[in-house]
Design a protein. Structure first.
Length: 311
């Protein structure tokens, strides 16, 4: 293993959990991942926002494990219920090689999905790949529950930050994602990301080359939370690019939760998109409500996403 960033795994504090375990000796904390990253899927993905997927696709690397426990996680097969045989252990060099293969296949970017808990392994792999010719932008696609101190250490390695802002109510975050300090953490995370890469910058074809794009998934019955999330983004900068997602559908443990066991209504979604515009957040991507049926992957398949979105 490349001993650079990964040396810090001896007392892990790469995310706000700060578990303190020695992952280099295969001790595991909340995320259940040891010294090497575990990868559930590598491939071109066409279901991201237009400046990320473009025409040729985003080169996604889906990591297994997670530092959240979202009841409604659509990736629960790899974030929470993965088994060793379901995923591939990848060393620094193997991750770098996967990045270069995606670049060779025409990917607009390299898109690390759920990297917060394997940030050091990712960082070493980016360095190794750049030494071997990686030149497309690197996307850090996280749940927003990141360590600001860790993000500062990888400054310059990430071109595009694409975090979630899930909650601005700690009680809700604790109940739904086992992170009762999420609302305390995410403002600093977004500020750091924006300071590093600035607002989203796109080339002449509309493909993102650098900057911040924030995602917010509107949850049914939780419009007050959504309003507070959008208020934070407007306070950060009204120029912030935000993807307001309507694609929620009851997955995993949400099916048994009385507040989460239904899809979002058109009226709920319209209320939030109208509110975003009222706040001056005009750089907003929106979805059709039919997206609830389009974006649920099945990682038991070789191609987890619908054929219209991935190849």
């Amino acid at each position: 293993m490349n001993r650079s960033f990964t040396d810090q795994l001896t007392k892990c504090a790469c995310c706000p959990r700060r578990c303190g375990v020695n992952r280099l000796e295969e001790q595991v904390g909340f995320c259940r991942i040891g010294a090497h990253a575990r990868v559930a899927h590598v491939g071109l993905h066409f279901g991201e926002e237009p400046p990320i997927s473009g025409q040729r696709g985003s080169g996604t690397i889906f990591f297994a494990g997670c530092n959240l426990r979202c009841l409604f996680c659509q990736n629960y097969q790899i974030s929470q219920e993965f088994q060793a045989g379901d995923t591939e252990t990848m060393t620094t060099d193997e991750l770098a090689a996967a990045m270069l293969r995606l670049q060779d296949s025409g990917a607009h970017n390299i898109n690390f999905v759920s990297p917060s808990h394997v940030l050091w392994q990712m960082a070493d792999a980016i360095i190794a790949a750049k030494e071997k010719g990686l030149h497309v932008p690197v996307v850090y696609n996280s749940n927003g529950y990141d360590s600001v101190a860790a993000l500062r250490q990888i400054r310059g390695l990430v071109d595009i930050y694409m975090p979630d802002i899930k909650y601005m109510h700690n009680g809700l975050a604790g109940r739904l994602s086992a992170a009762d300090d999420y609302a305390d953490i995410v403002p600093g995370v977004l500020s750091e990301m924006l300071e590093q890469v600035g607002q989203l910058d796109r080339d002449e074809e509309g493909i993102a080359v650098r900057g911040l794009l924030v995602r917010h998934l509107v949850l049914p019955g939780q419009l007050d939370n959504s309003r507070h999330c959008l208020q934070l983004l407007a306070a950060l900068s009204r120029d912030t690019f935000v993807s307001i997602m309507s694609q929620y559908s009851p997955q995993y443990k949400a099916c048994a939760d009385p507040g989460l066991n239904r899809t979002l209504t058109q009226a709920e979604y319209d209320e939030i998109t109208d509110y975003a515009l009222a706040l001056g957040l005009e750089n907003a991507y929106i979805q059709e409500l039919q997206s609830q049926d389009l974006y649920v992957p099945d990682f038991a398949r070789q191609r987890p996403f619908d054929s219209t979105l991935s190849q």
